[in-house]
Design a protein around this ligand. Structure first.
Ligand code: 0GY
Length: 289
């Protein structure tokens, strides 16, 4: 299979915005290296390797402190690369896994010991073939006992169909990339307003990063900032932020991670909001034990 060219910036800028000490990048990935941690046979893309060492070097370059590493679809349900990264920096990382519904209780315990705090359900069909919802619900019931949560990735047109399922999940639900709104329709558009209505239920959290995937205008992503800012101001205690490094499947441009950090004060304009977004919220969700 063809290997995608690198999707990360080779030389990200040093941000002008200084994140508060202890800031968490709550959405990033590791890829391989493929010779050590092979990509899943059922994957829909093959990324260039993006190792844990590269991720931790970026964390330091951006003056961030911690990472929540999310299992990406190219590694399927084999969490070996994720676990390797978590075990290398046990204090400074937590993980979100993707698991086989047949996983044993012992293997779930093993993930928990390594720092996994949730599982991801992906509904983006260019990335995965989503499974039956009753299986996801059973899985959510099992991980509830561990105090974990569910991370979901879907695109705005699927929100209506998914809403009853999302509401039925018996745990906290974190939504990736603001539910991928239609930027052209604007914050006041029906789709994003429906998303905000869903968020009124306190079991939902949302990641407000990823402008690079949602922008029409391109960097510095001024067209996406109002969506993130609306969520941060309305739900300040249930928002998370992340770089999304190494930006899988980005084709339009290579996002400058320094710029992504510099957008934080635009979407979270006060020190209090920044502290909630970057420290209090992710620490509560991921580092309470
Ligand atoms: C992201 C977004 C993407 C990829 C994945 O699991 C994945 O492969 O999440 C994407 O292509 O939109 O969160 O990194």
């Amino acid at each position: 299979m063809k290997i995608d060219p690198p999707t990360w910036h080779p030389d990200p800028s040093k941000p002008s915005f200084k994140a508060p000490a202890g800031a968490v990048d709550a959405h990033c990935h590791v890829f391989g290296p493929g010779d050590q941690f092979p990509y899943a046979p059922e994957r829909k893309y093959t990324p260039s390797d993006a190792s844990k060492d590269m991720l931790f070097a970026l964390r330091d370059h951006l003056d961030l402190s911690r990472n929540v590493i999310v299992q990406a679809s190219c590694h399927g349900k084999d969490n070996a690369a994720l676990l390797d990264a978590l075990r290398a920096e046990p204090e400074l990382t937590r993980g979100i896994a993707v698991v086989d519904p047949a996983i044993s209780d012992e293997d779930l315990e093993e993930l928990d010991k390594a720092g996994v705090r949730g599982i991801r359900f992906n509904f983006v069909r260019r990335l995965v073939d989503p499974g039956p919802k009753d299986v996801y619900i059973k899985m959510a019931e099992r991980i509830k006992a561990l105090g974990w949560h569910v991370v979901v990735y879907f695109e705005a047109p699927d929100l209506e169909e998914l809403t009853p399922f999302l509401k039925s999940l018996p745990v906290t639900v974190v939504i990736d990339h603001m539910g991928r709104p239609d930027t052209a329709a604007g914050v006041e558009g029906e789709g994003f307003q429906n998303f905000i209505s869903l968020m009124e239920d306190e079991k939902f959290w949302v990641k407000v990063g990823c402008p690079e995937r949602l922008t029409i205008l391109g960097p510095p992503y001024d067209d996406v900032a109002p969506f993130a800012r609306a969520l941060v101001e309305r739900f300040p205690d249930r928002v998370l932020w992340g770089t999304d490094w190494p930006h899988p499947n980005m084709k339009s441009h290579l996002p400058d991670d320094g710029l992504l950090v510099d957008r934080i004060p635009v979407i979270a304009p006060t020190e209090e909001l920044q502290k909630k977004l970057l420290i209090d919220n992710p620490m509560r969700l991921y580092w309470s034990r």
